[in-house]
Write a protein that binds this ligand. Structure first.
Ligand code: SAM
Length: 262
């Protein structure tokens, strides 16, 4: 794949925004910017737009990537299949990159610290968009062993299945937008997946929350961390706690978290 033409790590100029139909939320100050790329949204630190070779229709295919994951590209108008394939490939280096930054594992430790008082000692946990299970290892270390991991990428989930700490967990390969489960869970969680509108748009998140709410036990809670519109979560759950978690202060990387009850 040859990619040319455009690359940047800084805030795009007005002219560029117009050119690529990107809107940049000027209200976000020291927080990661809210960026819309042709209808895709995500809070990203910087963006890179790459234009591929001209296709038969004379138009260049556009690719974009955000600061993570490094070195991989997706077409702007990616399909669900392209996204899961992208993660199949990303699985090869995912844990290495995450271990280097410590972002996801650090965020999981933080979230576990916050949820402990709301759950029993051995809660049944459903993790939506669990990936390679690297954050589930953190849960297992904190004595949470009863976990069901859902992800639509075979590559990511295969990595999770190999982790000794996750022996005994359940693994479901499915698109969470289409998945319907019968079981009840004490904790439904999601780390950097559910609320990331690069993967799942707001309308989908709304439907997902409504759907999985039925899978919560009477006193069950939802606890998620990532980048999202808190109002959607408040619409479906009674808020117990929410706020901002600092992933990296000097790089000004932050994540939102939300803990709620039925
Ligand atoms: C940024 S990774 C986060 C993985 C893990 N939670 C972590 O923090 O390391 C996002 C994950 O969500 C998964 N994902 C994205 N959209 C999905 C969907 N619609 N259904 C199932 N999994 C999805 C991807 O395959 C990927 O593994």
């Amino acid at each position: 794949m040859e990619l040319t033409s455009y690359y940047r790590k800084t805030k795009p100029t007005e002219k560029e925004l117009n050119k690529f139909k990107i809107t940049y939320d000027k209200k976000s100050q020291n927080r990661p910017a809210w960026i819309k790329i042709d209808g895709l949204e995500g809070k990203v630190k910087f963006i890179e737009i790459h234009l591929g070779k001209k296709g038969r229709n004379g138009r260049r295919k556009q690719f974009y990537r955000t600061y993570l994951p490094l070195g991989l590209f997706l077409p702007i108008d990616y399909t669900s299949e392209e996204m899961s394939k992208y993660y199949d490939k990303f699985a090869e280096t995912y844990d290495k990159e995450i271990k280097e930054t410590g972002y996801n594992t650090g965020a999981a430790k933080f979230l576990i610290g916050k949820i402990k008082k709301y759950v029993n000692k051995n809660p049944a946990i459903l993790d939506l968009g669990a990936g390679t299970g690297i954050v589930n290892e953190v849960y297992a270390l904190a004595s949470f062993k009863n976990m069901t991991l859902v992800d639509f990428s075979k590559g990511m989930l295969d990595d999770a299945k190999k982790k000794p700490a996750l022996r005994g967990c359940k693994f479901i390969r499915a698109d969470i937008r289409k998945l319907n489960l019968k079981g009840k869970y004490d904790l439904i969680t999601s780390h950097f997946s559910l609320g990331n509108y690069r993967y799942i748009n707001e309308e989908d998140v709304d439907k997902i929350l409504k759907k999985f709410k039925k899978n919560l036990t009477q006193k069950g809670i939802i606890a998620i961390i990532g980048h999202f519109n808190l109002e959607l979560f408040r619409k479906h759950f009674k808020e117990l706690k929410s706020g901002i978690y600092t992933l990296n202060k000097s790089k000004k990387l932050f994540a939102d978290y939300f803990i709620g009850r039925k």
